[in-house]
Design a binder for this molecule. Structure first.
Ligand SMILES: C[S@@+](CC[C@H](N)C(=O)[O-])C[C@H]1O[C@@H](n2cnc3c(N)ncnc32)[C@H](O)[C@@H]1O
Length: 219
């Protein structure tokens, strides 16, 4: 399917911002990640004891490295070739340039766990989410961590927004379009794509007392 204008701009922004993003993640510059959300997704993944897992939209690969270190065989995929090159340069894990719409036919094999850490940014997710069910081994799970819909201060209505990476420092020349979903829409999306919500976690930010993210676990 051809990319629409938002999708093209989204893909382009990651290509332009890849170096800035890699530095930001590796230097631990995002407080909510450092204090809450990194630990939350690693702990949720480890609690499921996967042998083989796929990190979808893996970026520069930090989550693959973290889970490889605890003995999980990790595969990371991302649409951005520069970020995949950064991930490969760090060694651990197997990485491939692949968009989430193309994963089902990519020949990567089957997984016990699919992970998406702040990587589902597109409007059209139902078909990819449906197709990912074929990537799972029996008993496999999907874990999605995303921006908590109540904590963004956004108008509470689905729609495209623009992230300007203010406060991230240099290295972010292009704003990123991303699709905001209410909680109701996230839950409907999973159900419509044939997933059953098994668990929902709202990790709290220790300083603000507000949810730093929304973690959805589905079967
Ligand atoms: C906010 S970053 C998160 C990266 C990584 N998961 C992390 O936790 O640091 C979003 C990532 O999603 C990737 N992405 C966005 N749209 C994608 C798509 N359609 N297919 C694959 N990756 C995509 C971007 O290239 C980027 O690496």
């Amino acid at each position: 399917m051809a990319m629409d204008e938002h999708q093209e701009r989204l893909a382009r922004s990651w290509q332009s911002n890849a170096e800035g993003w890699t530095r930001t993640v590796r230097e631990g510059r995002i407080e909510s990640r450092r204090l809450v959300t990194d630990t939350a997704i690693v702990a949720a993944a480890q609690a499921l004891h996967p042998k083989r897992a796929l990190d979808i939209g893996c970026g520069e690969g930090w989550l693959c490295r973290a889970l490889e270190a605890s003995g999980v065989e990790m595969v990371g995929v991302d649409a951005c070739a520069t970020l995949i090159a950064s991930a490969q340069a760090m060694g651990a894990g197997q990485y491939h340039v692949c968009g989430y719409a193309d994963l089902a036919g990519s020949g990567l094999g089957k997984f016990d766990l699919l992970l998406c850490n702040f990587a589902l940014l597109d409007e059209h997710l139902q078909l990819p989410l449906q197709s990912w069910r074929d990537l799972l081994r029996p008993g496999g799970r999907l874990l999605i961590q995303t921006v908590h819909p109540y904590s963004t201060g956004e108008v509470y209505e689905d729609g495209w927004r623009l992230e300007r990476f203010e406060g991230f420092g240099e290295g972010f020349p292009e704003a990123m379009p991303w699709y905001f979903r209410t909680l109701e829409s996230w839950l409907a999306l999973l159900a419509d794509a044939g997933w059953t919500l098994e668990k929902q976690v709202e990790p709290l930010h220790p300083r603000t007392g507000k949810p730093a993210s929304l973690l959805l676990q589905a079967v």
